[in-house]
Structure formats: C-alpha cells, structure tokens
Design a protein around this ligand. Structure first.
Ligand SMILES: *Cc1c(COP(=O)(O)O)cnc(C)c1O
Length: 401
C-alpha cells in the first residue's frame, strides 16, 4: 500500500518549497512594463536584494537560473585569457570552473575533495606563488549543494589580503542566500551569485549577481561581456527595460517582492538563518543516532563546515537510492539524489542522498521528512541505530526556545 496520497513534499535542494503567498502574488494580470507599479517595485526589490546579502554594493537581475549567473559573473570578471583560481569543494565548484574554461578563461582548480572545506592556508600560498599577479579572481562556492560543505568566506578574504594579492573574491551563494549567514560587505566579497528558487522561495527563473564598487571598477571593459550578460547596463540602467535587457520577468518580480518581505520584514534575516540552522541540527541529530547502528552517516564530519540548507549523507549498500524510492512511492516525500559523490554506474552510485531544508520549511516539515526516512529504513530492513527521531525532536526542542 502507498501512503503517498496527500500533499507531496519535495525535499530536494532546489527548487525549494514555495509559500502559497508567493504563488498567489504571481497569479495576476500582466502589468504595464513601462511605468507604474512594477517600475517602483523593482527599485524596492533591488534595495531588498542588497539587504538580504548585507551588501552596500550593486545587484543585477538576470532572467536565468544559477548556471546563468555563473556565466554572468565570468563574463564580467574576465577577459579572454585571464586566469581564474577556483576553490572546489564539490560538483558545483567544478561546474563553475568548467563554465569559465569553456568561455576562454585560464582556470586553475584547487580541489579540496568532497569532505573538507577550502583551506585558506593553501589559498594564501597559491596567491603568494602568483608573483606575476595573473590570477584575476578567486571563485568559491559558499555552500556546495552536492557535498553540503560550507566554506568560510571571511577566511578566504583574509587569505587573499594576507598574500597581498589584488584578486577579486567571487562567491556562489545559490544554495545559501536566504538560508545561511552571509555578509557581503563585512566579509570583503566582490561578486556573489544567487538564484530565485532556493532560499528565496520563488520559482526557478531569476538569477542575481551582487557586485562591489571595487569589482565594477576592476571589470570595466572585460571582453567576455556580451550585451545580454554585461552587468553595467543592468546596474546603471538608464531606462527601465535595461535592468533586464528587455522585457521584465514581471510575475517572478511579484513573487520575489512577497518573499523578500517575508524574509526581511516579517521573520527577519537573522531568524531565517537561525531557523535553517535549527532544522539542519535536527537532520544531523537523526543521522548521528542512525549511524550508531548501521553503515550510514553525514558527509561532513565537522558541523562548523556544514551548510544550513542541505545535508549530504551516505547510506551504504545502495541504501540511499532504495530509501529515496521508498520515501517517494510510499510517503510522498522526494529526497535529493547524490550528486558528484560516486561514478555513475559504479558500485557506490546508489549510496548517496541529500536532504534539503531550504526555503519555506518549518519544524514539522523536517521532522516529518526524518520520520518518513526512519520508516523507510525499517521497511527496507536497512540497519540503523535507534533513537534518530527522538534526537531530532530534542534538537528542535532545544532550538525553539
Ligand atoms: C542550485 C545551484 C546552482 C545551479 O543553479 P541552477 O538554478 O540549477 O542552474 C549553482 N550553484 C549552487 C551552489 C547551487 O546550489
């Protein structure tokens, strides 16, 4: 028998659960795109996008997904033949590097593997060794969604400064903006990319690139920037349509207006971070208990380097793939696939999954997901330690004071 009939829940790391309020705000007639409400609203959205990143710089909006913002950042940061240093801690860092290389950038990848965060000491040493100052920018993922490793961005800036190197610091925050603490100004970030469909709780379709004054100046004239991807006309738009290089993404903007109000003005950004941290803590507690009695566990050992929005885990013997199938078919919960953790088709390919806790997610959704997972472990006969749900509930009880 299946118990999946009811509201399905997508617990994958994007698209995230969206508030009905956001969807309702989008359900309306097309507005005039030349004057009036949408023009005023866009100005407020740009201001609020800076607030959500704690940035006093600029922001460009693109009609794209996260991959589009990778190319937007690359196109503006580099000229053909410039050098990028990419700090990779999972599939998403590797992906950004591949895009840069395909666009004509010389890319050096410093790969930290799938379990450890980027090491600021190695970054500093690489920059010191770059005596010709060829490296134009350092690219790093804040939370790599594949491994759920969270990198210490302030430490990356400190390493660049300690080396006395002029490289710009560019950060992929697609999986962390609106979930994990991020401080664009305080952490000395020059470029940051994000997208609508994760912590910002809006359907896929909008990409964002935040840019410091320093980066605007340092990147003027980069020869990879085509008219569509060039951030200058969008940031310094002389007419409304130039913000979008054409027709505005009208309905996404209505949705985003609603979600930014929910995050910034209703719940509050620090509370949003704390909620994600607490939900992550429940997931970690469950896995710690389950792992006591079976071949399963979290990908990242040190909690200080785990993202708050997604948790990557391993269940041996193909257990992850079987559990994902069970949870969807029997209980209406879709868990995330493992990404870049094992060769497709290899023996270990079915051993990895991800639990997302990003966006419009509260305690009952995450506890429900964990309960479904424990039910699945039992139904499938996958050995695991007892007490996972109790530990998760205790973590929520501690956090919700
Ligand atoms: C989801 C994600 C992307 C890619 O975003 P798409 O919208 O799927 O193109 C890039 N980087 C990170 C860290 C992500 O989580």
């Amino acid at each position: 028998m299946s118990l999946a009939h009811g509201r399905p829940y997508l617990a994958i790391p994007g698209p995230s659960a969206m508030p009905d309020r956001v969807l309702r705000a989008m359900h309306r007639a097309a507005p005039n795109i030349y004057e009036g409400e949408i023009v005023e609203m866009t100005g407020q959205i740009l201001a609020d996008l800076r607030r959500v990143a704690l940035s006093s710089g600029h922001v460009a909006i693109y009609i794209s997904n996260g991959h589009g913002t990778w190319e937007a950042a690359i196109a503006n940061l580099f000229s053909r033949g410039d050098t990028a240093l990419v700090l990779a801690t999972g599939r998403f860092g590797i992906g950004w590097a591949e895009h840069a290389r395909a666009m004509g950038v010389e890319v050096e990848v410093m790969d930290f593997g799938l379990k450890a965060p980027a090491d600021p000491g190695r970054l500093e040493a690489a920059l010191r060794a770059d005596t010709g100052r060829k490296i134009k920018a350092v690219l790093v993922t804040h939370v790599d969604t594949a491994t759920s490793i969270r990198n210490d961005i302030a430490a990356m800036r400190a390493a660049i400064d300690a080396a006395g190197h002029p490289a710009l610091l560019a950060v992929d925050c697609v999986a962390s903006i609106g979930c994990d603490e991020f401080r664009f100004d305080d952490w000395g970030v020059d470029v940051m990319v994000g997208a609508s469909q994760k912590g910002l709780m809006v359907p896929p379709g909008l990409g964002f690139v935040w840019v410091s004054d320093k980066a605007v100046a340092a990147c003027r004239g980069s020869d990879l920037a085509t008219p569509y991807w060039n951030w200058n006309p969008r940031i310094f738009a002389e007419a409304y349509y130039l913000h979008f290089a054409g027709t505005a993404p009208t309905h996404h903007l209505f949705g985003l207006r609603e979600s930014l109000s929910m995050i910034l003005d209703e719940e509050g950004l620090e509370n949003v971070w704390a909620r994600h941290r607490a939900l992550a803590g429940a997931v970690w507690a469950a896995f710690d208990a389950w792992g006591q009695g079976g071949d399963l566990g979290l990908n990242v050992a040190d909690p200080a380097f785990r993202g708050s929005s997604v948790t990557a885990a391993r269940i041996g013997g193909g257990g992850a793939e079987r559990l994902r199938a069970w949870a969807e078919e029997k209980a209406g919960v879709t868990l995330g696939i493992g990404l870049g953790m094992a060769e497709p088709g290899s023996a270990a390919a079915g051993d990895f999954l991800r639990v997302a806790h990003m966006g419009h997610v509260n305690a009952h959704m995450t506890l429900g997901t964990l309960a479904v997972m424990e039910a699945g472990l039992k139904a499938l006969g996958i050995p695991h330690g007892e007490g996972g749900l109790g530990a998760a509930a205790a973590a929520i009880a501690r956090a919700a004071v």
